[in-house]
Ligand binder design. Structure first.
Ligand SMILES: Cc1cc2nc3c(=O)[nH]c(=O)nc-3n(C[C@H](O)[C@H](O)[C@H](O)COP(=O)(O)OP(=O)(O)OC[C@H]3O[C@@H](n4cnc5c(N)ncnc54)[C@H](O)[C@@H]3O)c2cc1C
Length: 418
């Protein structure tokens, strides 16, 4: 049986950056990455830009084969980890082999949620997660006139912009009254709807897909209220789920994801988790959380790579790093930017300050918890991102009057120097 020092399940940005940081701290240990996909590391973030012809296909790849060779990182493509035996420290692979490890990282990311309605098997119904998905969508886009987007979140926004850019008549179906209803306030959500509509996206809100209809290929969507829409391509973005099947029976603690402490260690000796799948203890907010963004996955890869070399558990010689970050996700919505920071959802313990105005199309919902900013949603206020990140990270008490904060001509950098 093959034996490796460091085994990594998942060849996305978390797994790859972990491998590279392991190599930085350990020049001789053997490193193997197992990935289900037939690809080197590519940027999922860039996939929508590829759809919109803003990035050529080759630029999607963010690592070259020689970078794996130079770092002595073995990449087993088209290979799934099926089962983990934590007693024997072995992993069963989909090619029938077993591989044993000294230290194991689970960085297996997420999978798209699939819509469960009649007709989902028709050609023309797409999801956007992998490079193959993007290639399929790009080919279809060029052959049809009507695009329908299902879902009112980040992927729905990306699909909408891509369909409009390709000249398709674009309709977006959302269950809620406005985009990101579960995250942002109505003020921001309604302006996002308006920006999309001004750019040619028709929004059908508070409705759902009942059925996809077509003979041979996709022709129509029947909504729950009975209305029918002609369609050539559907883009579905209704969130991701964690694929925890390969962890079944392993004893590794899972909840929504793989549970870790602030060092990204699971409770099982010599096993760590990082990236979208990690449900880590966030010392900043004193709670367990998952983040679904690229920079977080890359940053966790860096920390976990360092920690895997240092060793699991309280170390004899030290060297472990805590993972502490302010979650940030920014997206362009046509010519505007939208950012979610920290804990962007308000609750009964937060006080929300509404910055800017609908008229300016600049709006921020900044949440304060005990006088300290805990999170924010920012529409078209890019200069606020950095000061808010600093204010959250350093738990700086906000003494400035609330009126000042509502005014976008007052720079939030002023709060940092106080
Ligand atoms: C279209 C799109 C646009 C995005 N845009 C942004 C953006 O603008 N900004 C941003 O911050 N984030 C964005 N994201 C999110 C970001 O890409 C992810 O958060 C990030 O890629 C997660 O990296 P990861 O390494 O944790 O997981 P993944 O990239 O999901 O990698 C996990 C890998 O593990 C493999 N795997 C899973 N199970 C197994 C198994 N059992 N055995 C072997 N291999 C397995 C998977 O096939 C996959 O290759 C976007 C995502 C998508 C899909």
């Amino acid at each position: 049986m093959r034996q490796v020092d460091y085994l990594i399940i998942g060849g996305g940005v978390a797994g790859t950056s972990a491998a590279e940081f392991i190599r930085m701290h350990d020049s001789s240990g053997s490193i193997t990455i197992i990935t289900e996909e037939p690809e080197l590391l590519y940027s999922r973030v860039m996939l929508p830009h590829y759809l919109r012809d803003q990035v050529p296909f080759e630029k999607l790849y963010v690592r070259k084969p020689q970078q794996y060779d130079e770092n002595k990182i073995e990449l087993l493509k088209n290979t799934r980890a099926n089962k983990i035996d934590t007693q024997k420290k072995e992993v069963d692979l989909s090619n029938g082999e077993k591989i044993s490890y000294e230290k194991l990282l689970i960085a297996s990311g997420g999978k798209v949620n699939k819509l469960q309605v009649p007709g989902v098997e028709l050609k023309g119904i797409t999801y956007l997660r992998t490079i193959q998905d993007a290639q399929e969508i790009k080919e279809l886009i060029s052959k049809v006139n009507n695009g329908v987007v299902v879902g009112g979140g980040f992927i729905g926004i990306e699909y909408s912009q891509s369909f409009v850019k390709a000249g398709l008549s674009t309709t977006c179906i959302i269950r809620e009254p406005y985009f990101w209803s579960s995250v942002v306030g109505e003020n921001i959500g309604r302006v996002i709807n308006r920006i999309l509509e001004e750019n040619g996206v028709k929004i059908i809100s508070e409705n759902e897909v009942g059925e996809f209809i077509g003979e041979g290929g996709l022709e129509e969507i029947k909504l729950k209220d009975g209305k029918k829409i002609p369609v050539g391509i559907v883009g579905i973005g209704i969130g991701i789920r964690m694929d925890l099947d390969h962890l079944e029976g392993s004893g590794i603690k899972t909840n929504k994801g793989v549970v870790t402490n602030e060092y990204l260690e699971t409770e099982t000796k010599d096993i760590w988790a990082a990236g979208d799948i990690a449900e880590f203890y966030d010392a900043l907010f004193d709670k367990y959380r998952q983040m679904g963004n690229w920079s977080n996955a890359a940053a966790q890869g860096k920390v976990v790579g360092t920690n895997m070399v240092a060793g699991w558990g309280p170390p004899a010689g030290g060297g472990r790093e805590k993972f502490v970050t302010v979650s940030a996700y920014t997206i362009s919505i046509f010519d505007k930017t939208f950012t979610l920071l920290g804990e962007p959802v308000a609750d009964n313990k937060t006080e929300t300050i509404e910055r800017g105005s609908v008229e300016e199309e600049k709006l921020g919902n900044i949440h304060l918890r005990n006088g300290v900013i805990s999170g924010a949603a920012l529409l078209n206020l890019p200069a606020d991102r950095r000061p808010i990140e600093e204010l959250i990270k350093n738990r700086i008490k906000i003494e400035t009057s609330k009126e000042k904060l509502t005014d976008t001509s007052f720079s939030l950098n002023n709060l940092l120097s106080n």
